[in-house]
Design a protein around this ligand. Structure first.
Ligand code: ATR
Length: 273
């Protein structure tokens, strides 16, 4: 039986077993997907198990993504530009690392807001951590002409903009008002919105009426940012779809079937939030 996993620490709250378990049942595939608590300092030992063929692969979550990146034998170019992996595929004694957060972000917007990238001139990205990297690479790939990367700590946004190159200009969150007049897309990649936190002083009211606002935070599903955007009549896409879509390439690589992100799957995961 093919076995896959998600590793991270802590791992009990991961929704990945629910997602992959649903697909295994739906497609009648004999396989398993289990959550395993692995801290970064024991990841090298875990990789030995991989090389012995115990698993076909799995997902990697916080705080293991960067250490796993370093341990992989091969990495896809996207993972290299992001500097972190969230998916491992084992072939023989070789471990290949992928980063599918980028595809998850795009898959979610493509499904929930078709044509969102048509003629998209200008976007604002909030936050400059690991998740911002995947989103910036995705927006660059879709040819967005101008990206404002705004972060609480502006120097981190500057470092990231230089590192990734492209049409990315860095600034502080306080600059939101002066740049939002022509922004067609606003993406929150920061952890703001989790556990009742919210941005102070961001005025979405100045965005164009056609702007799309999306958040990668999905606990809660409707973050204060999305609630404000909806109240203003702006289009919104929540972050749950990114979690579902980032799981697709891994499942396909391990079990040989490209799975679908269906409303039923979404409802199943939503019920646990
Ligand atoms: P990840 O890798 O998941 O993106 P991270 O690297 O810890 O996580 O990044 C978290 C992001 O959320 C950062 O951009 C952080 O801003 P700083 O660089 O200034 O730390 C942002 N963030 C976290 N809490 C915040 C808050 N209360 N207000 C504004 N930004 C916040």
């Amino acid at each position: 039986m093919k076995r896959a996993f998600v590793i991270g620490h802590p791992i009990t709250h991961s929704r990945s077993p629910l997602i992959h378990g649903y697909w295994l049942r739906t497609y009648g595939i004999e396989g398993s997907y289990e959550a395993i608590d692995v801290e970064p300092h024991v990841l090298a030992k875990f990789f030995e198990r991989l090389k012995r063929g115990e698993f076909v692969g799995g997902n990697v979550t916080i705080p293991d993504k960067e250490v796993a990146y370093a341990l992989c034998d091969e990495r896809d170019p996207l993972a290299e530009s992001i500097g972190a992996v969230n998916t491992l595929v084992v072939t023989g004694d070789q471990v290949r690392g992928l980063n599918t957060d980028y595809l998850g972000f795009l898959g979610n917007l493509d499904q929930q807001a078709p044509n969102w990238d048509h003629d998209l001139q200008s976007a604002i990205v909030l936050g400059a951590g690991g998740a911002a990297r995947a989103v910036l690479v995705a927006l660059k790939a879709r040819g967005v002409k101008s990206i404002r990367l705004l972060n609480r700590t502006a120097s981190k946004a500057e470092e990231l903009a230089i590192d990734l190159e492209g049409p990315i200009r860095a600034g502080s969150l306080g600059e939101f008002d002066s740049h939002c007049g022509d922004a067609g897309l606003v993406v929150n990649t920061s952890s703001v919105g989790m556990n009742g936190t919210k941005f102070e002083g961001l005025d979405l009211g100045r965005l164009p009426r056609t702007a799309l606002v999306t958040d990668i935070v999905y606990t809660p599903l409707v973050t204060p940012l999305l609630a404000e955007a909806r109240a203003l009549g702006l289009r919104t896409v929540d972050g749950l779809g990114m979690l579902l879509h980032q799981a697709v390439p891994g499942f396909e690589a391990w079990f040989g079937k490209r799975p679908e992100v269906t409303p039923q799957l979404r409802a199943l995961v939503e019920a646990t939030l």
